[in-house]
Structure formats: structure tokens, C-alpha cells
Design a protein around this ligand. Structure first.
Ligand code: FAD
Length: 532
């Protein structure tokens, strides 16, 4: 029985996609193309999903710059970068299908940078043997979202913006709906669907220093877990080596790996190119161990060329290795004034090149840090960036352990092992977004609607309202801040048993505190309630 407080509106679809980043949009396009009724829900505005922030590019073995590239090399690089802990079949499907997905984006209107002979240009990135990242300057995510959105809205999908889902609904190991509320007025909404795709992105906002947007609070992972799905590899958090370290207000903001892909090099406070000291045995064969060879490679790279036998610069080793190296340099007292190291692009590229190839980086430093990167080096340090772990899915279909519940993109797990290579997320979104949409669609075609009991909806509504009913309680913003600090302190880039044990205690304490959150005011535009 609903009261006026717990009243809700309802919508019904064959497939409900939760999340409108690259993965969600691609899934929704696929399911719509099957002639199904598709709902797409997102907690921000359409076009504002975190994917829009992606900078450096989308990885696919198109072989446009280096004809020796092919899906097998991409597969090998991805497995090696993930320390062979990847779900191999996902890595294989990804490498095989990524070129088709990039070409499809182009057919749908994406304007990638071009080679001199008019093909899609590809740039170098860490851990990729050959130049492999199709890109649009350093604003690739914006172009991807623009393209998918423009294509998607013409397929007839219904978009629900600024609507947060707080619970999945279902029974007997099946999912059949989702409960949420409109952020604007706080009113409740229930979606009934035969299949649901979660595409809610990452968890970076649980760390103090992070590169993520406000949306990345692990909603999908927790929705799936509470609905009975399994999570895997949650300990695999990627710390990107190059976040801004100064000024404090923008600490963590990303500096794309594209800067090093375009010839940028790392130095410590003594001017030393320290990455030569950190080449692991696994990468020794393919990494230059002397400056002369690395410089030759960098020179070729700047010209968009590569040459057989010339090994890559260690500045472009996979992210986990570079991030740990920077951390070690700073710990050893060889860091920059604000606790990072230096990244220099001005030595190898002209001011015009930098402004053309890395326009967002140029403006970011000029406006936020008062640094002209065409003249001076940037100060950079690790920032929490991407979660490799997430919802366990079937590699062929992206279905989770709960019948009818699919996941794709950063909230799903397996593809990247213990460390993702740059550019492999945007291609992951396109490849597995499509697969999730296809199989969710097929499931919906053959399924009957699940009956959702009123009690379940009522319980979800009561749970959402509880923080208003407490006379005393904790401030949700303070709890989030506390969580970020504890994660940064105990579960950061270098971990040990003592810190993890202490971290676990602190998180346990916060788990208790979080049961007692309190918000004031009413349900209209209530930021404290959203945070809760
Ligand atoms: P997102 O784009 O995060 O979208 C999540 C969606 O879910 C949003 O629409 C959100 O509103 C919605 N949502 C979340 N929770 C709820 C809820 N409870 N209810 C309703 N809706 C909800 N990767 C690359 O491959 N190449 C790059 O160059 C690159 N550059 C990057 C640069 C930056 C600064 C950052 C931070 C990341 C970069 N990445 C890059 C990583 C990549 O951008 C992300 O991994 C990827 O965009 C995640 O996409 P997604 O579709 O999984 O989710």
C-alpha cells in the first residue's frame, strides 16, 4: 500500500539501460536496433556522463600508422598489461572487435584526427606496442559521446535524465525492475523491464585524490551486489601516473597519457629521467634502457612513425609501473616542490603542435595552474583513476549471475586484469556495450515480465526516506570525506598488511556510521539526500 510520501510513477520497457556513458549508450543503441522498447536512465544530463572527460583516445588495431599491428598484438599487449589476470576471452573479443567499433563510430559521424593520406590517425600510449589510439585531439570522449548520443536519440529510445536508481527489483535470482527518484523534485519512479543493463561507471570518488567525475560512486557495483550478483577483482584500482598536484583545489585532475604519447618525458627534481631505473624484466626486451635509443623512438613517435628494432621509451611503460616509479621518487625525496615529478612536453614539441594536439591540456594548465606547458614542465603525480574490478559477467554475453541483469563498461570486470592499458576503456565500452545490448535484447525477446511485489517497492521507498526521519544522525558529506581520506591513507598505491588491516577497521566503522545518516529539508534539489 503506498502512502502519499511513497507514491511513485511507473514506466515499462523491454530493456532498461542504467547509465548513459559510452557503454550505456552503445548498449541502448543495440537493443533499440532490435526493435525493442528501450529506456535509458542517467543521474546527470544526457551528454554529461563521465565518458565525456576521456581524453587520449580509443585503442583499436586498425594498423593505420603501423601496418604490423593486428588484433593478436593488441590482445597480447592487453593481457601482458593486466599481468595475465584478465578474463582472456573478453580481452580476445575486445581486441578482435575494437576496429569495427571505431569504424562504426566514424560511419556514425565521429571526426577523428587524420593521417596525411586521410585515414584515422593513431597515437602511442603506454603498454601498446604500436601507435594504436584513434583520437580527436585530447577530447576523444566528448566526440564519442556526441556521436553515440546523436545516433542513439534517433533510434526511439526513451531517455530519463537526472534520475538516480537506488535499488534493483526482482525475485528468485531474476531482475525485473529498478527503483529510483527524480533528482529535481525527489519523487519516486519505478521502471519495469525484462532485462536490465548496468553501465554506471567507476568508483574513483572513494579516494581523496582522483580524476573522476562526481558520478563515479560505484552505484552499479552496489546495486548488482545487493541484487545477488558477484563482484570480482575489486582490489584492482588503477592509479594513473599523471594527475595535477598543484594547486590543491585541482589535485588529481587528469593529464592525459597522450602527453607522453606525443613526446613528453618524466624527470625528477635533479632533472634525471628516472624511468630508466624502473624497467621490469617483463618489459626489458621491448623498452629502451638508454636515453639515446629512447630519444630515437620519441623522435620517430613525434613524426607519427615507428621503426623495427627501436625500443619504446620507458616513460610509456604501463600505468601501474610508472605510477609506482613516481611514488618511489617522491618518497625518496627526489620529487618536485608540490610532491610530484616533472613532465616536460615543451622540449620536443613546438608551441603550435602542443596547442593543436593537446588543446585541453594547454588550457587546463594555463587556467587552473597558471603554467604555460609550451614553455614550462608540468608537475604531476598519481591519481585514482579507474577500477578494473566490478560486476562478474559472462564473457560472451555480459550477463551477471542474476538472470536478466547485464553489465558493461567500467562497472563490469574481467577485461583488464590487474591493470588497464590507456585507450582500452573507450574500446571496452563500445565492444561490450554492444554485446550487452544485444544479449539483453535477446533475453527480453524471450522473457515474460516478472511480477514485482508492492512490498519490495514500498521497502525501497522507505529506505530512501529513512534519513529524513532521524532526529539525530551523521552528515553524509562528512562520512564521504572520511571514506575518501581512509581509502587514500590505507588502500592507496602502495599497500601492506598493516595498512590494509587498519583500513578495514576504518571502513567497518564507517559502515556503521553510514547506517545512521541524517538529512534536513525536503526532497526538492536536496544535495545532502543525493549524497546519502
Ligand atoms: P560513465 O561514462 O562513467 O557513465 C556512467 C553513467 O551512469 C552516467 O550516465 C551516470 O549518470 C550513470 N549513473 C551512475 N550511477 C547511476 C545511478 N545510480 N542511477 C542512474 N544513473 C547512474 N579511457 C580511454 O579508453 N581513453 C581515454 O582517453 C580516457 N581518458 C580519460 C580521462 C579522464 C579524465 C578520466 C577520468 C577517464 C578516462 N578514461 C579514458 C576512462 C574512461 O573515460 C571511463 O572508464 C569510461 O568513460 C567509463 O564509461 P562508462 O560508460 O562505463 O561509464
Amino acid at each position: 500500500m503506498t502512502t502519499s510520501e511513497t507514491k511513485y510513477e511507473t514506466h515499462e520497457h523491454d530493456v532498461l539501460v542504467i547509465g548513459a556513458g559510452g557503454a550505456g549508450l552503445r548498449a541502448a543503441i543495440e537493443a533499440s536496433a532490435m526493435g525493442l522498447s528501450v529506456g535509458l536512465v542517467c543521474k546527470s544530463l544526457l551528454g554529461k556522463a563521465h565518458t565525456v572527460m576521456a581524453e587520449g583516445g580509443i585503442a583499436a588495431a586498425l594498423g593505420n600508422v603501423e601496418p604490423r599491428d593486428n588484433w593478436k598484438v593488441h590482445f597480447r599487449d592487453t593481457m601482458k598489461g593486466g599481468r595475465y589476470l584478465n578474463q582472456w576471452r573478453m580481452a580476445q573479443l575486445h581486441a578482435m572487435e575494437a576496429p569495427d567499433r571505431v569504424n562504426e563510430l566514424e560511419q556514425w559521424g565521429a571526426l577523428f584526427d587524420r593521417t596525411n593520406d586521410g585515414r584515422i590517425l593513431q597515437r602511442n600510449f603506454g603498454g601498446h606496442k604500436y601507435p594504436r589510439l584513434a583520437h580527436v585531439g585530447d577530447r576523444t570522449g566528448l566526440e564519442m559521446i556526441r556521436t553515440l548520443q546523436q545516433h542513439g536519440i534517433h533510434t526511439g529510445m526513451k531517455v530519463y535524465m537526472e534520475c538516480t536508481v537506488t535499488r534493483l527489483l526482482g525475485a528468485g535470482g531474476r531482475v525485473g525492475g529498478a527503483f529510483g527518484y527524480w533528482r529535481e523534485n525527489g519523487r519516486f519512479v519505478v521502471f519495469y523491464a525484462k532485462a536490465i543493463v548496468l553501465a554506471t561507471g567507476g568508483v574513483g570518488r572513494c579516494f581523496k585524490i582522483n580524476s573522476n567525475s562526481w558520478e563515479c560512486t560505484g552505484d552499479g557495483q552496489s546495486l548488482a551486489y545487493l541484487a545477488g550478483a558477484e563482484l570480482m577483482d575489486m582490489e584492482f584500482m588503477q592509479f594513473h601516473p599523471t594527475g595535477m598536484v598543484w594547486p590543491p583545489s585541482v589535485r588529481g585532475t587528469l593529464i592525459t597519457e597522450g602527453v607522453r604519447g606525443e613526446g613528453g618525458t618524466l624527470r625528477n627534481k635533479d632533472g634525471k629521467r628516472f624511468m630508466f631505473e624502473y624497467i621490469p624484466a617483463l618489459y626489458a626486451n621491448e623498452t629502451a634502457d638508454k636515453e639515446e635509443e629512447a630519444d630515437k623512438w620519441l623522435k620517430l613517435s613525434v613524426q607519427g612513425k615507428s621503426e623495427k628494432g627501436v625500443r619504446r621509451t620507458p616513460d610509456l611503460l604501463p600505468r601501474d609501473i610508472v605510477a609506482r616509479a613516481i611514488h618511489s621518487e617522491v618518497k625518496a625525496g627526489r620529487g618536485s616542490p608540490h610532491g610530484g615529478v616533472f613532465l616536460d612536453i615543451a622540449t620536443r614539441r613546438t608551441a603550435d603542435d602542443i596547442k593543436r594536439k593537446l588543446p585541453a591540456m594547454y588550457h587546463q594548465f594555463k587556467e587552473l595552474g597558471d603554467v604555460d606547458i609550451t614553455k614550462d614542465p608540468m608537475e604531476v603525480g598519481p591519481t585514482a583513476h579507474y577500477v578494473m574490478g566490478g560486476i562478474r559477467v559472462d564473457p560472451e554475453t555480459q550477463e551477471s549471475g542474476v538472470k536478466g541483469l547485464y553489465a558493461a563498461g567500467e562497472c563490469a570486470a574481467g577485461m583488464h586484469g590487474s591493470n588497464r592499458l590507456g585507450g582500452n576503456s573507450l574500446s571496452d565500452l563500445a565492444v561490450f556495450g554492444r554485446i550487452a545490448g544485444k544479449y539483453a535484447g535477446e533475453h527480453a525477446k524471450g522473457a515474460t515480465a516478472l511480477k514485482i511485489e508492492d512490498d519490495e517497492i514500498e521497502a525501497a521507498a522507505r529506505e530512501a526516506l529513512e534519513p529524513f526521519n532521524r532526529e539525530r544522525g551523521e552528515n553524509p558529506f562528512a562520512v564521504h570525506e572520511d571514506l575518501m581520506n581512509q581509502m587514500q591513507k590505507y588502500v592507496g598505491i602502495m599497500r601492506n598488511a598493516d595498512d590494509l588491516a587498519q583500513g578495514l577497521k576504518e571502513i567497518g566503522r564507517l559502515q556503521e556510521t553510514a547506517r545512521n545518516l541524517r538529512v534536513e529539508g525536503n526532497r526538492h534539489f536536496n544535495a545532502g539526500w543525493h549524497e546519502t
